[in-house]
Design a protein around this ligand. Sequence first.
Ligand SMILES: [Zn+2]
Length: 246
Amino acid sequence: MSLGRTISACVLLWTMGACGTGAEAVSVEHGSRFDRESGQLAVDTEQGVDEVLRKLRRVRYRDLPQPYVERTEQNMAPFKKRLARRRYLEVRGTQRLMFIAGRFRIDDFLAHDEVWRRHNATYDQSEPQFLLLDPKLPRTIVRLQNALRRRELDAEAFDVREAFRPPRLNREDGGASRSRHIYGEAVDLVIGDINRDGTADAADKAIVLDLLEHKLVRNRGGIGRYPGSQTIHFDFRGRRARWDSY
Ligand SMILES: [Zn+2]
């Protein structure tokens, strides 16, 4: 994420009253140093997404560290049954800085909880973070950006606000009790000035919603439209769902 993008996203979030500690992304210094040293390029194909995901170790639910499972409440009914079948991605140290979709990083999809905040200062290698991420989410973001580019719109004028939320974080954030975020199947975007007319408003959001509705999500998942805000939720729950209020 460039400095400009980080700031504009923060202004957007702040105007919505949401730019708390949880909304702070990777430090610009850490990010740009990693980009320079790794020479990583924006991920602009679906195959590129899959290549990045293959770099991360996959961990079964039963192999997750027990204190982590308890702290995040992933052991609680009714979540445990569904989560027990999932494979988690293990994210260590600077792996969180890898681009996964465009210039969005693994970091943008991690649960923004206390471990994540602790790592913000240290990028500690010893304590991994765990991520549930339906690959359809980053693949769809890549497709969205490519569709915007083809229409000569600003493909970078949006941010990933939240993706994976383990049960405890979901509860603390006031998410729906059966939110798809719990299973790493949902993402919230904040839409900026897609049409480059100088303001981030409903017209920009309508462009993205239209692409999600007719091209990217269709009947395969849910779309939260939240009129009056710049936020959009989408998920791949395997069936159609649409709603307007939080
Ligand atoms: Zn959401």
